[in-house]
Design a protein around this ligand. Structure first.
Ligand code: ATP
Length: 314
């Protein structure tokens, strides 16, 4: 559905070249739900704008649903929906009218536009708000309207730029239900988000971009297991000996002593913890507490770049 080779975009700012996207190689299959993560300025929006034909690449190529973004932008646009960060609907127009007008813009006749508008009002739970001016909707309702507007022409691929930003947790959860429903109906979804927990819990694939390059691309589970690993923490009466024993645990790394606490990372914490506890017991070290913490996507970013995505995104 998405296929890019060496996709690159430079900007010239006061005789300086900003390399916003540097050689993106990306394959997204039909029906996938992909979260595109990265700190501010990593190149997410620039990539999205190239994939949606809004911005010409400096070099490289991108094909969307088989069409080249440069050679055939009109065909690409027919196959995709794009919901940007700003609101798509005019504040004074009624919700249904906005959807009907959008249908007309895509060449539907009046009856088909009305039918499609009603269908979307229903699926996006906007039917009760159909006669309200868009400007009077809440943040979550408005975001659902934006997505409905992006779906009018039944695109196979939907791009969402930060769909849940600025929404409270309840509205975010509700929006995600709609996104997952679209995905379940066969729509390929490619979205950017700053919410790591959302990407982790909902997307089946996570692509991480930093300084214009893809630095990780896999399921959240594999990224966390391969790149970050579980955190084990034990507190004991003899941290120095504990650290020495922890060092001998297969695949243990980053063993740190902090007061009575010893922390380490291992690929599979639940399997390693009993081994470590047995070894400590055999050495007559008195264990007070033991804890396994699963890694987050932020740990993955930290492992890859030495920086916390939370900090750089703040
Ligand atoms: N029109 C432009 N002119 C000059 N530089 C630009 C332009 N658009 C983007 N850039 C620069 O390109 C880099 C990537 O920006 P981009 O907006 O793609 O990042 P992003 O990952 O989407 O960030 P954010 O999370 O803040 O939206 C940044 O250094 C940005 O300043």
């Amino acid at each position: 559905m998405i296929s890019t080779r060496g996709l690159t975009r430079h900007f010239k700012v006061k005789r300086r070249i900003v390399e916003a996207v540097r050689g993106l190689d990306l394959e997204v299959a039909e029906g996938e739900l992909v979260a595109f993560l990265g700190p501010n300025g990593a190149g997410k929006s620039t990539s999205l704008r190239m994939l949606t034909t809004l911005l010409a690449p400096t070099s490289g190529e991108a094909r969307i649903a088989g069409h080249d973004v440069r050679a055939d932008p009109a065909a690409v646009r027919r196959r995709i929906g794009y919901v940007g960060q700003g609101n798509g609907a005019g504040p004074y127009f009624r919700v249904r009218d906005e959807l009907v007008t959008q249908g007309r813009c895509y060449g539907f006749d009046a009856a088909e536009s009305r039918r499609r508008a009603d269908e979307l009002l229903d699926t996006m739970e906007l039917a009760d708000l159909a006669d309200r001016p868009a400007g009077t909707l809440s943040g979550g309702q408005r975001r659902r309207l934006d997505i409905a507007l992006g779906m009018v022409h039944r695109p196979e691929l939907l791009f969402l730029d930060e769909p849940s930003s600025g929404l409270d947790p309840q509205n975010r959860a509700n929006l995600w239900e709609h996104i997952l429903r679209l995905r379940a109906s066969g729509t390929t979804v490619f979205l950017t988000t700053h919410y790591l927990e959302e990407a982790d819990a909902r997307a089946e694939r996570v692509v991480v971009i930093d300084h214009g390059r893809i630095i990780a691309d896999d399921t959240a589970r594999r990224l966390k297991a391969d790149l970050a690993g579980d955190h084990l923490t034990v507190t004991t009466d003899d941290p120095v000996r504990t650290a020495r024993i922890a060092d001998r645990v297969p695949l243990a790394r980053e063993v740190v002593v902090d007061g009575n606490e010893v922390r380490l990372r291992v690929p599979d914490g639940s399997a390693v913890l009993p081994v470590l506890l047995r070894a400590l017991d055999a050495a007559t070290v008195d264990v007070w507490t033991a804890e396994v913490r699963r890694p987050t996507l932020d740990d993955v970013f930290l492992a890859l770049t030495g920086r916390s995505l939370r900090e750089v995104a703040a």
